[in-house]
Design a protein around this ligand. Structure first.
Ligand SMILES: [Zn+2]
Length: 472
């Protein structure tokens, strides 16, 4: 039988705040276990929570970016469960009156509705290895928003596109760093199937804590197939929580899925309701940066970049900002995109630096020199890498590496002789008609020339030289 998948997502995003949501502990990643904790986030008797204003502002910003209505009054509830990742044995969350309601995002031509965005505290992290379990409460009390969609998503690619869009909005809004491998953005997917043409929802399974877009797609596709097989045999899909195993690419049952009432939610008596005024909302709205949706449109429509290139620049806000600033300094957008996506991203990843120690003016000047053929492409890359690691301007980089291309044909000529001598086999094959090998030979010369000649020059001189070599 054919089935229509019905998919809803819950996206958990940790907020970029100095401190945790209900206490003054530092909100950072990667500290030694259990060092950023206090009686409040450890749930000690007598400790009382105090709400972090910044967390509320960031959650409102997320709501505004996703088109939600911001509630003037929202409330806190206790979600009760016993598990060692939560010292209090309850999580402070928002069930009955969340901060952001409704809204949604357009993905291609479809509108995916949001049910809500609410604020809550993250739980600690458990690691199990070699028969022991380790609890780290550094993450306990980290502010978290949960973005909950309606079950409007109809295929795996749409789910990924939606989650990517949310990530981009949060990263550009300075709300969440979007680092999925560190767990600061995690996705739960609810999936059910209904027979094609039917309007009755099937029983759903929930796959928890997916931490990459690739796994999200794979998990949904696997789950659709698993459920279809059960239904085809006349079986019933169990309502349960499942885990996606990255090694096998399969989902496994963790526990039967509980309903909200199983958690005995009740209003938290320790915290007052949250009051948000129109002035608060207006102030947060005015402080929002240009949305990445508008930005992507600008890159594609005005700068003529492909949407793939636009998305690559928009994956990180610092990259997109640097690109915009470089273009403002007069660089050609496509050329700027190429060098930023290529060499700049490479050195950023290699150095693991957060800042970009090149000024947009120097980058624009380097690109102009390349356009004027003063710098070869290889020289341009060398200049960018040198500026990055030496914190200097383009003139210093060019001078230090002798990068300006002066068509020193005698140098090119001697390098060509060297390469021909070293690559006898390739030269012989070229002479026998394998003309595409010219690219390899030019590459060998360019490597030795270290950006001091243009490939076009090398190509024509090399071809001329090869012509006069006798075939063997
Ligand atoms: Zn604390």
């Amino acid at each position: 039988m054919k089935y229509t998948p019905v998919i809803g997502l819950e996206i958990h995003a940790e907020l970029i705040t100095q401190s945790k949501i209900f206490c003054g502990c530092e909100n950072t990643f990667g500290r030694e276990s259990n060092t950023t904790t206090c009686p409040v986030c450890l749930g000690m008797p007598g400790a009382l929570p105090v709400i972090n204003k910044r967390a509320v502002e960031l959650a409102i910003a997320a709501g505004l970016l996703c088109g939600c209505d911001i509630a003037h009054i929202s409330m806190w509830d206790r979600k009760n469960y016993f598990y060692p990742d939560l010292a209090k044995a309850y999580q402070i969350s928002q069930l009955y009156a969340p901060l952001c309601v409704g809204g949604g995002l357009r993905i291609d031509k479809r509108f995916i509705r949001l049910n809500r965005i609410h604020l809550e505290e993250d739980a600690g992290k458990l690691t199990h290895a070699h028969g022991t379990s380790h609890i780290d409460y550094n993450r306990a009390g980290v502010p978290l928003i949960e973005i909950v969609t309606e079950p409007d998503i109809t295929h795996a690619d749409e789910a990924v596109a939606f989650a990517e869009q949310v990530r981009q909005l949060l990263v550009h809004g300075g709300i969440c760093d979007g680092k999925m491998q560190q767990g600061s953005l995690r996705v739960d997917a609810n999936i059910s199937l209904m027979p094609e043409g039917s309007t009755t929802l099937g029983t759903r399974a929930e796959i928890k804590n997916i931490n990459s877009f690739r796994f999200l797609k794979a998990a949904i596709l696997f789950e659709m197939e698993r459920q279809a097989k059960i239904l085809d045999k006349g079986g019933r899909v169990a309502q349960e929580t499942r885990r996606y195993d990255e090694q096998s690419g399969e989902t496994f049952s963790m526990r039967s899925k509980e309903n909200a009432h199983d958690y005995r939610y009740f209003p938290d008596p320790d915290i007052l309701p949250l009051f948000v005024t129109n002035e608060d909302i207006e102030r947060i709205k005015n402080a929002l940066p240009e949305s990445p949706i508008a930005r992507r449109e600008r890159y594609v429509e005005i700068f003529g970049l492909s949407s793939k290139n636009a998305d690559a620049l928009l994956a990180e806000r610092r990259i997109a900002d640097f690109f915009d600033d470089t273009v403002k300094q007069g660089a050609n957008p496509q050329a700027a995109c190429n060098i930023i996506k290529g060499e700049l991203m490479r050195v950023l990843n290699e150095s693991k630096r957060d800042d970009i120690p090149i000024t947009p003016a120097d980058m624009a000047k380097a690109l102009r020199m390349a356009a004027d053929k003063q710098l070869a492409q290889e020289g341009l890359r060398a200049a960018v890498s040198y500026m990055f690691f030496n914190n200097c301007d383009i003139d210093t980089a060019v001078k230090a590496n002798n990068l300006i291309v002066r068509e020193d044909t005698s140098l090119v000529s001697s390098v060509i002789s060297e390469v021909i001598a070293q690559q006898g086999d390739i030269v012989a094959r070229y002479k026998k008609g394998e003309e595409k090998l010219i690219g390899f030979l030019v590459g060998q010369c360019m490597k030795k020339l270290k950006g001091k000649a243009l490939p076009q020059t090398v190509d024509s001189l090399l071809k001329r030289r090869l012509k006069i070599i006798e075939p063997v």
